[in-house]
Write a protein that binds this ligand. Structure first.
Ligand SMILES: [Zn+2]
Ligand SMILES: [Zn+2]
Length: 350
C-alpha cells in the first residue's frame, strides 16, 4: 500500500513530503495507523548522517503510538482498534541467547531498527514513524493502557522512557536509594520522573540555574548546579546510582566521585567526540563502576508502559505539525524544548 511520509533525500536537505510503500500485513503482522510520533535526537543524527551509514530517502521516527487498523491471521494479542506503540526495534533474530532472555536490544545478530535498518521489504531498509501507517511483527508491538487524551505524551516513552527506565531498574533505583540524573533534556526529564515514581531520592544535575524550578516540578528532591564545585563537593561519596544522559563530551570524574563505594554511573548517550578518560584511581579506591545501557527489551518496554500508566507518568511535550519538523530540529539542537517534540501525524494528510 502507498502512504504519505516525511523524510530526507540527502544529509543536507530539509525533510519533505513523499509517498512510501508498506507491506500488506502478513500472518503475524499488526498494521498501525500512526497517531503521534516523538522526535528523538537519533532521528536528527540519522537524517543528517552524523553517525554515517544513512540510506536515502530516510524516514525517521521510533516513538510511535497509534491504533491497530488490521491484523494477520495468526495474531491473537491485538485486534483492530487497540491502542499500541512501537519503539526503536521492529525485529530481531529471535534465536540468540539475548533474544531468548528477552533482551532483543542486545540481539547478537543485530536487532532491526525501526528506521534505516536492513529489511526484506521495499526499499530494502526500514522506514520509521514520520508516516501515516506502519506494519510490524506482533512481537514488537506494545499495548498502551494510558487514557486516550494522554496518547501524544506517551509516544516519547517508547525511546526516552525505556532508555531511562531500564538502567534505573537494572541498578535498582527505589526507596532508600539516592539517584542522580545528569542532564534535564528529553531523556533526563523522563529519568527524573521515573526515578521519582520508583520512590528513590532524586537529585537532578543541571548546568543552568534557570532549570532548578523545572527539575523540582518534574519530581527532583534536590537540584545541583554541576558548575558549582562547592555544591558538587557537598555530595561527594553519597550516590547509589547516577544516570548520565549527556551525550556531549565532558569530564566523567566530577560525577564519578559523587558515587558511594560500589556505586555505578551509567551512560546512555554516545558522544560525538570521546569523553576524557576517567580517573581510574577514583574508581579503584571505592570499587565504583562506569557502565552503559541501551534502550530495553520488548518485555521490559511493556513493563515500563504499564508502570507509567499506573503511576500517571507521561512525557512533557510540545506538539508540532509534520511540516514544522526542520524548525523543531533546530530548536532541539539548542536544547530549546520542554522536553520532547511530538508530531501530530494527522497533519501528514494535509
Ligand atoms: Zn530514540
Ligand atoms: Zn537475537
Amino acid at each position: 500500500m502507498t502512504i504519505k511520509a516525511y523524510g530526507a533525500t540527502a544529509a543536507d536537505k530539509p525533510l519533505e513530503s513523499m509517498n512510501i510503500e508498506r507491506r500488506e500485513p502478513g500472518a503475524r503482522d499488526v498494521q498501525i495507523d500512526i497517531a503521534f510520533c516523538g522526535v528523538c535526537h537519533s532521528d536528527l543524527h540519522t537524517v543528517r548522517s552524523e553517525w554515517g551509514g544513512t540510506v536515502y530517502p530516510c524516514i525517521p521516527g521510533h516513538e510511535i503510538v497509534g491504533h491497530v487498523s488490521a491484523v494477520g491471521g495468526d495474531v491473537t494479542a491485538f485486534k483492530v482498534g487497540d491502542v499500541v506503540g512501537v519503539g526503536c526495534m521492529v525485529d530481531s533474530c529471535q534465536h540468540c541467547d539475548s533474544c531468548a532472555e528477552g533482551l532483543e536490544q542486545f540481539c547478537e545478530n543485530g536487532f532491526t531498527g525501526t528506521y534505516n535498518a536492513a529489511t526484506p521489504d521495499a526499499p530494502g531498509y526500514t522506514l520509521g514513524g514520520y508516516s501515516q501507517r506502519i506494519v510490524v511483527d506482533d512481537r514488537f508491538v506494545l499495548k498502551i493502557r494510558h487514557s486516550a487524551e494522554q496518547l501524544a505524551a506517551v509516544a516519547p516513552l517508547l525511546c526516552a522512557g525505556i532508555t531511562t527506565y531500564s538502567p534505573l531498574r537494572h541498578w535498582k533505583a527505589g526507596p532508600g536509594k539516592k539517584v542522580g540524573i545528569v542532564g534535564i533534556g528529553g531523556l533526563g526529564h523522563m529519568g527524573v520522573k521515573l526515578a521519582h515514581a520508583m520512590g528513590a531520592h532524586v537529585v537532578a544535575f543541571t548546568t543552568s540555574e534557570s532549570k532548578r524550578e523545572d527539575a523540582r516540578a518534574l519530581g527532583a528532591d534536590e537540584v545541583i548546579n554541576s558548575r558549582n564545585t562547592e555544591e558538587m563537593g557537598a555530595h561527594a561519596n553519597s550516590f547509589d546510582f547516577i544516570l548520565n544522559t549527556v551525550a556531549a563530551s565532558h569530564s566523567l570524574d566530577a560525577f564519578a566521585t559523587l558515587l558511594k563505594r560500589d556505586g555505578t554511573m551509567t551512560l546512555v548517550g554516545v558522544p560525538e567526540h570521546p569523553h576524557p578518560s576517567p580517573d581510574v584511581s577514583a574508581l579503584i579506591f571505592k570499587r565504583r563502576s562506569i557502565a552503559g545501557s541501551l534502550i530495553g527489551g520488548i518485555a521490559e518496554t511493556q513493563e515500563m508502559l504499564d508502570f507509567c500508566a499506573e503511576h500517571g507518568v507521561v512525557a512533557d511535550i510540545e506538539m508540532i505539525r509534520m511540516d514544522e519538523i526542520d524548525k523543531a530540529y533546530d530548536r532541539m539542537q539548542r536544547s530549546d524544548v520542554k522536553y520532547r517534540f511530538v508530531i501530530d501525524n494527522a497533519t501528514l494528510a494535509a
